[in-house]
Design a protein around this ligand. Structure first.
Ligand code: ADP
Ligand code: MG
Length: 318
């Protein structure tokens, strides 16, 4: 199968789709897109590399889902509605079953969010998946959800249950042996993260800053603290719990929750005046700390003593 046959067979989508803002999709030298008036384009890209982000024998449908999910998560953290994506694929060989499952996983999540695949590139090489996602948000959203927006006194909140994906990875690598039902839950969180798209839209009017948790809660919160010129204390007893997290010793659970990464939950700050809105947001939200003037991040146990992370979050070059 040649390059063009491959694209046509697995990735071809409707060429013209006025409702989706696609004036011209896959098949020409470039796509023509119709942005919504008075909106900013919000653009992000993320790469998954075999051996770094996934293993060669990982389920291809989950990989397709995850490659898109991590990009939609970045758009969600900016309060953007996702609209279009580009897919750059580097493949060592043409494995039709693998490609079909990968495309199914990716396109199913795209459909779920009304996102259109409008182009990409396909080359031979080591397995490598790069997706570029384009979203939109009203120009009137202005400074909303930037990392630099946190203010002293703001509350820190997180969606979902961070930490389960990290335990899923430990399970996947044979470093942990959870009971079957808990292992399935942890592995699902690792392989099929849920991008918090609706939450991101709802946070535009509430959050003073936001970030998605990809490299570990503490490290990603650190980006907000640095950009905002503030510090914070997290109350470890307030971190959301689950049967999966309760299955490992406390310090390991905290380590997974604070430095594990791969959660794709949203971490955000909000002023005390917006606390009432928290109950109306889609999904589970937990208040875990406050923004303070003193620089740095303090992780406080119930008894007031401070917890130190054994390993910090993920850094490709550290
Ligand atoms: P060009 O050589 O002009 O860059 P290509 O031959 O690489 O064009 O691609 C042909 C068409 O197929 C283009 O519209 C391109 O965006 C699209 N395309 C290529 N690879 C992919 C892919 N993996 N997924 C979606 N569209 C793709
Ligand atoms: Mg090309």
């Amino acid at each position: 199968m040649g390059e063009f046959e491959l694209i046509r067979r697995f990735f071809f989508t409707q060429v013209v789709d006025a409702e989706a803002g696609v004036v011209l999709g896959i098949g020409d030298d470039a796509a023509l897109l119709q942005p919504t008036p008075n909106h900013h384009l919000v653009v992000t890209t993320d790469t998954l590399v075999e051996g770094v982000h996934f293993l060669a024998d990982d389920d291809p449908a989950s990989l397709g889902h995850k490659a898109l999910a991590v990009n939609l998560s970045d758009l969600a953290a900016m309060g953007a509605r996702p609209r279009w994506v580009l897919l750059n694929l580097s493949l060592p060989t043409v494995d039709e079953d693998w490609l079909q499952a990968f495309a199914d996983g990716l396109l199913a999540l795209a459909r779920q969010h009304g996102v259109r695949l409008v182009g990409g590139d396909t080359v031979r090489g080591a397995l490598n998946i790069t997706i570029t996602a384009l979203g939109e948000r009203p120009a009137s959203a202005g400074q909303a959800m930037r990392r630099s927006g946190a203010q002293v006194g703001d509350w820190i909140a997180v969606s979902g249950v961070p930490g389960e994906a990290a335990l899923g990875l430990a399970q996947r690598l044979g470093r942990l042996n959870l009971p079957a039902a808990l292992a399935a839950q942890a592995l699902a969180r690792l392989h099929r993260p849920t991008p918090r798209v609706e939450l991101g839209l709802a946070l535009r009017d509430i959050a003073s800053s936001a970030v998605d948790i990809s490299d570990g809660l503490a490290q990603d919160l650190g980006h907000i603290l640095t950009a905002s010129g503030v510090g914070a204390t997290l109350e470890l007893a307030k971190l959301p719990r689950s049967p999966v997290l309760d299955a490992v010793p406390q310090d390991e659970a905290w380590q997974a929750q604070l430095a594990g990464g791969d959660d794709y939950e949203l971490l955000f700050t909000l002023p005390a005046s917006a606390l009432d809105a928290l109950a109306h947001l889609p999904g589970k939200m937990t208040l875990i700390g406050r923004i303070e003037a003193e620089p740095g991040l303090r992780l406080r146990r119930d008894d007031g003593s401070l917890f130190t992370l054994a390993r910090k979050g993920h850094d490709h070059f550290a």
